[in-house]
Design a binder for this molecule. Sequence first.
Ligand code: DC
Length: 242
Amino acid sequence: MIIAIDGPAGSGKSTVAKRVARELGFAYLDTGAMYRAVAWRALTERLDLSDPLCEASVARIREIARTEPIDFGFIQGEPLPSQVFINGEDVTRQIRSPEADKAVSPVSADAGVREALTEQQRKFGWEHDTVMEGRDIGTVVFPDADFKVFLTASAEERSHRRARQNAEKEGRTQATAEELAAVFADIVRRDAYDSSRKVAPLAPAPDSWELDTTDMTIEEATAAIVKRAQALTIASPKAPLT
Ligand code: DC
């Protein structure tokens, strides 16, 4: 069974998708981390990441996406894999850096990179009951997913969440007004970019369930999705193996 969870940056996708996977006992795949890992490798090779990508870089970036394996590992004490490796190198921290945030947009807009990563994502989904999160899971990667959720929240609320998360990583409880303004500008930029790109733009699949989490807690959003997923499993149990 595939549960596709798509939505814009800061919609709560990652946290909710992980919790849904844990509650249902499903595997979890963060496809954004895969695009980030390829973008990070492009940065380490100092490829030209102008937008659109320059000709010389395109071939190399596609080669990285096609040939360098991306793996996920478990951080001790965490129930779901959150460690990310590309070509054996642990890039868990690097892929969340501001440099990677910037580089991932042009890299993820390239059709060749998307083709290579989509293939790996499908393979993963064929092998496991999976909660897969991203931007195009319900539209491109698994258009026949069993359950498609499109998570949204207002840009203001998403910025507050992201800025608070960033501050908490540094041991603070609140973000400054300047940090909040910077996060808001980045979220608006990324929304526009992800929704307007030619290949696999961010958009709800016509048969997705749109859940606006602006006024919901993580727990409420998780519970709502789990409830629907369980209703679906009961309604259409898997055929027994013969
Ligand atoms: O979910 P995230 O912010 O970690 O994703 C990083 C970037 O990757 C984001 O700019 C959109 C892109 N992405 C994508 O194009 N398709 C996906 N399935 C997942 C992420």
